[in-house]
Design a protein around this ligand. Structure first.
Ligand code: PLP
Length: 375
């Protein structure tokens, strides 16, 4: 069996350090926020080339509070993409603002900046590009358009810890960056977690208050806030894991390199990596118009795969009130129909990559063989 991700293998490799870190929190009884969270905030912000990090309980909360810090509320519009995890859009909904979509680029699956200006209205307040699968959106044109229209850029970097764009790290390119530490992420907690990174002191101060009941100091509530605090145990675990993140990222990139090489000339469409970017391969997705059959055939050979994501958000029943329809975002819709995520985790071996690629190649060859030959 080749799993889609293998959290057990990773835990086994860092067990002694993680257990000691958790024991330290138990001994200190700093269960929410506390010194481990504060230290992790600084270390992760530095890692992201941002001045501040504000730890929160989930990536969704990071997005929600970033939008609130940008003063997004009812009557406002926020532009994002439909080919993302639903949380991006839910966070917009939490503020009372309306999500407005633009399609994705058909090769990278990230925001197509050429469509942005047409989607901007007098109500637009912010743009959320999503760094899908671990590759940043093409940020320069997005930031330039935002500047021209006085809009806030919030990076959804929930899948992109350590991703780079022209030498800049995800989370430091827009006004704020939002990260998830859900266990399966490239940097995953042992529970839930999230963070906002920013170099804007005003946004940081507001988010710091909002995550802890809007309090400036204990019981002095200056904003209507939330209980979105990051737990001490998660801070301690994440501090340990952050020290390994670069190595794990390189391992992911090595595995992606194996897949790319092994699937070259097979007719299988592999991920596009922007020339001046560092893709961190949270997900390695190929494309096929026979996805269901391929997924079952791979499973029959003991290879687990995933689909990120089968339905674009504009076609989800939960967001039918946005009044979008099939055909509105053809690239997002085609991607949602075709993407198939292969096993990807730092401990994936070259042999496992070879086995997966061989199985995919066989499927691709079988597919070609079935196409009738015309004279
Ligand atoms: C693109 C994207 N945005 C937002 C989120 C939400 O993060 P969380 O699950 O930590 O709330 C996730 C991950 O789950 C994600 O992949």
């Amino acid at each position: 069996m080749i799993p889609f991700v293998d959290l057990k293998a990773q835990y086994a490799s860092i067990k002694t350090e993680v257990n000691a870190a958790i024991q330290g929190v138990l001994d200190s009884c700093q269960f929410t926020l506390g010194s481990e969270v504060a230290a992790f905030e600084q270390e992760f912000a530095t890692y992201c080339q941002a001045q501040q990090g504000i730890g929160v309980n989930t990536g969704t909360s990071a997005l929600h509070l970033s939008l609130l810090a940008a003063q997004v509320g009812p009557g406002d519009e926020v532009i994002t993409v439909p080919f993302t995890f639903v949380a991006t859009v839910s966070a917009i909904h939490y503020t009372g603002a309306k999500a407005v979509f633009v399609d994705v680029d058909p090769t990278t699956f990230t925001m197509d900046a050429t469509q942005l200006e047409a989607a901007i209205t007098p109500r637009t307040k912010a743009i959320i590009p999503v760094h899908l699968y671990g590759q940043t959106a093409d940020m320069d044109p997005i930031v330039a358009i935002a500047k021209r229209h006085d809009l806030v850029v919030i990076e959804d970097a929930c899948q992109a810890h350590g991703a780079e764009y022209k030498g800049r790290r995800a989370g430091s390119i827009g006004d704020m960056g939002c990260f998830s530490f859900y266990p399966g992420k490239n940097l995953g907690a042992y529970g839930e977690g999230g963070m906002v990174t920013t170099s804007n002191a005003d946004y940081a101060r507001t988010i710091r208050m909002l995550r802890d009941w809007g309090a400036e100091e204990k019981y002095h509530h200056v904003l209507k806030g939330y209980n979105y605090r990051l737990e001490g145990i998660q801070g301690a675990v994440l501090r340990v894991k952050l020290r390994y993140l670069e190595g794990w990222t390189e391992a992911r990139r090595t595995a992606a390199g194996h897949y790319n090489r092994l699937l070259a000339d097979s007719g299988v469409s592999t991920p596009a990596e922007l020339p001046n970017a560092r893709h961190v391969y949270h997900v390695y997705a190929i494309r096929t118009d026979e996805r269901q059959r391929w997924q079952q055939a791979l499973l029959d050979r003991g290879i687990q795969t995933g689909i990120h994501y089968p339905i674009p958000v504009h076609l989800l029943p939960a967001f039918s009130d946005l009044d979008y329809h099939a055909g509105d975002f053809p690239h997002a819709e085609q991607a949602a129909n075709e993407v198939l995520s292969l096993p990807m985790f730092p401990e994936l071996t070259q042999t496992q990559c070879e086995d997966v690629a061989a199985a995919v190649r066989a499927l691709a060859a079988g597919r070609t063989a079935r196409i009738p030959v015309t004279a």
